[in-house]
Design a protein around this ligand. Structure first.
Ligand SMILES: [Zn+2]
Length: 400
């Protein structure tokens, strides 16, 4: 009997949650931001949104045969095994989400020896851990606040170091473990230790949607997806292509996005006034604001980018050596607006979230047909992710 697999839910079909979508896409475009915590009550679609990006994630080049996705362009970040390879053949891989289950063992997380193979053939082969799989990908923890303490500590260690070492049975393999740490949590089910909260560069708080029009649209799309996921995929095909194109364009623009000196001072001053601990938040705000600009197809940062980046970067951080609670959204907005005006004599700052779905919501149309009559959009179907990603000839040999 043929088994039909249901297609996944799609990012462009998500209604609302624009801050979440912006912060998530910013991480995908710029993995150097490092991660995102999504906090909110159950039933707000947190996990659905995290997994909905499966079809729009960008591609990257890795070394063929490497289990850790080593970047052929960065010899300084090669794993132990790639350092001894004669041939560095490039292979294109797609960024993926690596799920870390709450029941994960330490060996599964860090990596181990393939015991089955050892017993069968006597050969000591490394069994790649989730940290290895997650290198250059997304490491996702659902209900991160329920993760056992020893795993939290391992994650903290991993996030603090760009390298992971697998040491078992006389074998030692070191590999890069630069991943985007994405976690979801329902604060009603328990808090997170400040140490791990701080490890999430960005945080968004999602809440239930109360607008009846949006709620109806969510119901329609969910039912359509459940009943006919192929039709669902057809309807959202163009919007998915648009999202993919936005990501690729942003990745291309990002290296050229500039942040002027006055903005840097505004950020520093506002962070100082809010008594933010350390320098890391300032750096994250700068990187995030630049990435938000690139997502909006700009190479110049504007005040709104900084305001949004500040909200994403500060709303979960305790301050003043842990003595102060994280700042509220209003507090962040007030302090940053004041600082931006002072430093740049700029126009009033208006908080605005870039919308990644230009879908017109029309609840009067029959369920499932609400988009088929939508205005004809630019056709991006000929855009391939690797049109823009690095196309470098990698047939060089590495001399060691
Ligand atoms: Zn490697």
């Amino acid at each position: 009997m043929t088994e039909f697999r249901k297609r996944p839910y799609l990012f462009s079909a998500i209604v609302g949650q624009d801050e979440f979508k912006t912060a998530y896409l910013a991480n995908i475009v710029n993995p150097k931001i490092g991660g995102l915590l999504i906090s909110g009550p159950k039933g707000t679609g947190k996990s659905t949104i995290v997994h909905s990006v499966g079809t729009i994630l960008p591609k990257y080049e890795a070394i063929e045969g490497c289990h850790f996705n080593c970047d052929p362009e960065r010899p300084e970040k090669f794993c132990t095994s790639c350092q001894t390879r004669d041939e560095l053949t490039p292979v294109t891989r797609t960024m993926k989400i690596v799920n870390l289950p709450l029941s994960c063992t330490e060996d599964r997380l860090i990596g181990s020896i393939d015991i089955e193979n050892l017993l069968k053939s006597g050969e000591k082969n490394v069994q790649v851990g989730l940290l290895g799989e997650a290198n250059r990908n997304i490491l996702y923890i659902d209900e991160v606040n329920l993760l056992p303490d020893h795993l939290v500590d391992d994650i903290l260690d991993a996030a603090a170091s760009p390298w992971n070492t697998i040491e078992r049975e006389g074998i030692s393999i070191t590999h890069p473990d630069e991943f985007i740490l994405v976690g979801t949590m329902n604060p009603e089910e328990g808090e997170l230790r400040p140490q791990i909260l701080d490890r999430f560069p960005l945080c968004v708080k999602v809440s239930s949607i109360h607008d009846p029009r949006q709620r109806v649209e969510i119901v329609k799309r969910n039912i359509l997806h459940e009943n006919d996921s192929n039709k669902f995929a057809r309807i959202f095909k163009k919007d998915e292509e648009s999202c993919r194109k936005i990501i690729l364009e942003a990745k291309t623009l990002l290296p050229g996005v500039e942040m002027n000196e006055a903005f840097l001072y505004s950020i520093a001053e506002a962070c100082g006034e809010l008594k933010v601990d350390g320098q890391r938040p300032d750096i994250i705000i700068v990187k995030t604001a630049q990435t938000i600009a690139s997502l909006d197809r700009r190479t110049d940062v504007i005040e709104n980018d900084i305001l949004l980046a500040a909200q994403f970067s500060l709303s979960h951080r305790t301050r003043d050596g842990g003595l102060l609670e994280p700042p509220t959204k209003d507090e962040i907005k007030d302090v940053f607006t004041k600082s931006l005006r002072k430093e740049t004599s700029a126009k009033p700052v208006v908080s605005e979230v870039r919308k990644f779905s230009n879908l017109s919501i029309d609840i009067d149309k029959e369920s499932g047909s609400f988009l088929e009559d939508a205005e004809e959009e630019e056709d991006f179907s000929d855009v391939k992710p690797d049109d823009i990603t690095l196309k470098k000839k990698m047939n060089r040999k590495k001399n060691l």
